[in-house]
Design a binder for this molecule. Structure first.
Ligand SMILES: *[C@@H]1O[C@H](CO)[C@@H](O)[C@H](O)[C@H]1NC(C)=O
Ligand SMILES: *[C@@H]1O[C@H](CO)[C@@H](O)[C@H](O)[C@H]1NC(C)=O
Ligand SMILES: *[C@@H]1O[C@H](CO)[C@@H](O)[C@H](O)[C@H]1NC(C)=O
Ligand SMILES: *[C@@H]1O[C@H](CO)[C@@H](O)[C@H](O)[C@H]1NC(C)=O
Ligand SMILES: *[C@@H]1O[C@H](CO)[C@@H](O)[C@H](O)[C@H]1NC(C)=O
Length: 286
């Protein structure tokens, strides 16, 4: 009698453990690899047992400097392959540059089935700060970096592709092959697809904070950016939102755009802090 009761109960419990959480794909940041995302992976597996976590090591180390479009195409193909195994949908998290690659994949592959997208301190509106680049470009100065990045050669690097110098906007629009397109600041025959790919999300979660020290301005992690005077304009007052260029306003009106600001976290700690994972990542991995 007891045994007969236990068997179906066990099946119900074990199947709910296996199927309740969607698989998660993690994309690492610049100059690092999958190792840097192990803490997040381990914590997800510990707190949401049964979750499949894909932690890619592609474009690690120096290859993380390859052009954004190349990374988006390659990693996008990988992502579509993963989604084909999981018709129920997946969740996607990218850290730092990986969050911008991830967001662009959603736009360039609008047939994806990503449920929630989490951007962990990523330069979504661009970057205008050089401190973190001194390992790669030792002599780079903020005010003249545009001379390198807004050139044919500079556009072969990922950083050049999202370098957004508020004092040289005409060069940004003329030279940048990536950010003004993926942000639909320059209209293209892909603009509509780029919008569709984001608007189909269940939620877009943008995490960043004032003590980041790398993403500059830090509000870029939430699509805020400098105007020509280096005053920061928050996302809600920028054209990208007001004119709903990529669907941010639509998502927001449907309560699907979630901006999370956390003080006291340095850029190199977001993915190393269990409390960040517990409070701001796990709740969105359903
Ligand atoms: C995707 O899957 C197909 C078929 O299984 C395979 O041929 C292809 O190499 C895969 N692509 C990537 C980028 O993994
Ligand atoms: C490109 O630069 C020229 C000046 O060199 C400027 O007149 C033009 O508006 C720029 N293009 C865009 C799209 O901003
Ligand atoms: C879209 O624009 C690109 C770049 O200008 C061009 O190479 C491509 O042929 C265009 N595609 C269509 C379908 O018009
Ligand atoms: C820059 O600041 C000046 C003076 O405060 C102001 O008149 C101007 O509108 C500002 N420009 C922009 C682009 O915000
Ligand atoms: C870890 O994250 C919490 C917020 O969840 C923050 O208060 C704390 O300062 C962070 N610790 C470090 C070392 O970044």
């Amino acid at each position: 009698m007891i045994n007969m009761m236990l068997v179906p109960l066990f099946i119900i419990i074990s199947s709910s453990l296996v199927y309740s959480y969607r698989p998660v794909v993690l994309l690492h940041g610049i100059m690092t690899g999958s190792d840097s995302m192990e803490l997040i992976k381990d914590r997800i597996e510990e707190m949401h047992p049964g979750t499949i976590v894909y932690n890619t090591n592609r474009f690690s180390g120096w290859s993380s400097l390859e052009s954004m479009w190349y990374q988006v195409q390659q990693l996008g193909n990988d992502l579509i392959n993963i989604t084909e195994k999981h018709p129920e949908g997946i969740n996607l998290l990218g850290y730092s540059q990986g969050g911008l690659v991830a967001r662009a994949i959603l736009q360039a592959f609008p047939n994806h089935n990503v449920h929630n997208f989490i951007s962990l301190s990523s330069p979504q509106a661009g970057q205008y700060g050089t401190d973190f680049l001194h390992i790669i470009f030792p002599n780079l100065a903020l005010k003249t970096a545009y001379e390198l990045f807004y050139s044919r050669v500079g556009q072969h690097t990922s950083v050049g592709n999202y370098w957004n110098d508020p004092h040289h906007q005409y060069l940004y629009y003329n030279y940048s092959e990536f950010l003004p397109f993926i942000n639909n600041e320059i209209a293209s025959n892909k603009s509509e697809e780029f919008k569709v790919g984001l608007m189909k999300l269940n939620k877009m979660i943008l995490i960043g904070g004032p003590d980041d020290n790398v993403i500059t301005p830090w509000q870029s992690s939430q699509f805020g950016y400098y105007n020509r005077n280096e005053s920061v304009i928050n996302v809600m007052h920028r054209d990208i939102y007001v004119e709903d260029k990529i669907g941010l306003k639509t998502l927001d009106k449907q309560h699907k755009l979630i901006l999370i600001t956390v003080p006291g976290v340095d850029h190199f700690m977001w993915h190393m802090n269990v409390s960040i994972v517990d409070k701001f990542v796990l709740p969105y991995l359903d």
